[in-house]
Write a protein that binds this ligand. Sequence first.
Ligand code: BTN
Length: 245
Amino acid sequence: MSEMESRIYRFEELSSTNDWIREHLPELENGAVCIADRQTRGRGRHGRLWSTGLGENLAFSILIEWPDQNENFTGLALTAGLCLAKILRDEGLPAIIKWPNDVLVHEKKISGILVESILQNRKKFFILGIGLNVNAGTDFLARIDQNATSMSVVAKKNFDRDDILQKFLSSWSRTLPALLSSGFGFFLEEWKALSGTEGRQILVNPLEPEKPYTALALRLLPDGRLEIQLDSGEIRELTSGEIAW
Ligand code: BTN
């Protein structure tokens, strides 16, 4: 997928850009981007809502047709988080990545990533959905139930959302081919350098009925799993899920 090839579908309002891509999949070309000024039912991970505000932030999704037999999709969200963190740093914001794919600035969430997969006509597709708080003010952020921040709040100036989108698409157009051909291991060191995860005391929130437990985040493995050490000394590898610190 190159920048030239990605067609961008723009909307003032959609329920969710991920849902729009899913609903229009048969008509869309690989790499299609859908962006909305506002989402009425923006979705986050683990069934949560994602608020975008009106025309202040970025909410977009990219359709990715995945080649048969290629297992490197485990790195999709991790590398998307890496691209976002690098763009924020280029803009002067001290972004870090929290495993698996939250981007934080000053310990507050600035961006979220939702990757969904679809199997259609024996072809595998992914929808990479990204929400980035660009120009949201403190009023909007205070209404979000998470500890959230925005680029403008941190940098004390507004950003051109289209410019940030183009920077992401440009970075992603170089990243995706490398992920496809080399896997997440290719990005491991770079990811580690921008991640605030390793060495942290974390709280792991597993799926029900298992209860949350504390652990030490030891290291990220080349396939994107997180190696942790429980208080009992037991070593585990997390494949996905949610951690807090
Ligand atoms: C998270 O829970 O951190 C993930 C949030 C993902 C939000 C984005 S906004 C664009 C795309 N459309 C959606 O409905 N969700 C994703």
